[in-house]
Ligand binder design. Structure first.
Ligand SMILES: C[S@@+](CC[C@H](N)C(=O)[O-])C[C@H]1O[C@@H](n2cnc3c(N)ncnc32)[C@H](O)[C@@H]1O
Length: 220
């Protein structure tokens, strides 16, 4: 019998899932990740969180002292849902934007800033960009030459300040963070295994690890 793979790289899959699902946290929670990424964060600097889904990570990030979180996902319905559940008094600087990370991200953020009639700078650049399992979705739709993962790495590069970092949490420790820009590269700073929460597994189940990587934008 043929096994049907879940189309994690399909926007329709996510939109239909978010029509029924209010919250799901992939891979790991902020309480587990925080100590590993603390050295790369600055409370005064916004964090661009890509492929946010209906994760509550942004609220936990804000509660832990980093109030500026811009969350991005290409599923418009999840962005609307997350906007509707955000307590704007408690989280005045947590925002939600629809954008496709396989297209130029900065342009889309500028466009929807204008739609929301916010003050718009002409440059969209962040010191910290984060994704939790967005890379995995992109990898699911990839070909042997990793064209989609390279496109993601390029697009993230173009919204990252020089010396800024891309913090990525993945199912795999083998993901490739390769941009094709000639001026800049992603230089690996750390890759650490993150033990999965297995509190619901049977006793004796083999341990499972996810992978946290930090890459820095440096001249090539
Ligand atoms: C595995 S889920 C992870 C959600 C969330 N980060 C978490 O950890 O719970 C991947 C998310 O990436 C989003 N996504 C996939 N491809 C995308 C793309 N090209 N642009 C923006 N978002 C994308 C999906 O809609 C989904 O919300």
């Amino acid at each position: 019998m043929a096994v049907k793979a879940v189309p994690f790289h399909s926007k329709e899959y996510w939109e239909s899932r978010f029509d029924k699902e209010n919250h799901f946290e992939w891979l790991s929670t902020w309480s587990t990740l925080h100590s590993h990424v603390k050295p790369y964060l600055d409370p005064n600097e916004p964090i661009l969180h890509l492929g946010c889904g209906n994760s509550t990570l942004a609220f936990e990030v804000a509660d832990s002292g980093y109030p500026y979180v811009i969350n991005v996902d290409y599923a418009q319905n999840v962005i609307q849902h997350m906007q509707s559940i955000t307590d704007t008094d408690r989280y005045p600087h947590v925002s939600w934007r629809a954008a496709d990370c396989l297209k130029p991200i900065g342009e889309q953020l500028l466009d929807n800033k204008k739609d929301q009639q916010e003050d718009s700078d002409s440059v969209v650049e962040y010191s910290v960009v984060m994704d939790k399992s967005l890379v995995d979705c992109i990898a699911c739709g990839d070909t042997d030459n990793l064209a989609q993962q390279k496109k993601l790495a390029d697009n993230i590069m173009s919204v990252t300040r020089p010396n800024g970092v891309w913090i990525s949490v993945s199912f795999s420790g083998e993901r490739k963070y390769i941009a094709q820009q000639s001026k800049w590269i992603w230089r690996r700073e750390i890759t650490v295994p993150i033990k999965a929460d297995q509190s619901h597994d049977k006793p004796g189940a083999p341990e499972i690890f996810y992978w946290l990587s930090v890459h820095r934008k440096v001249p090539s």
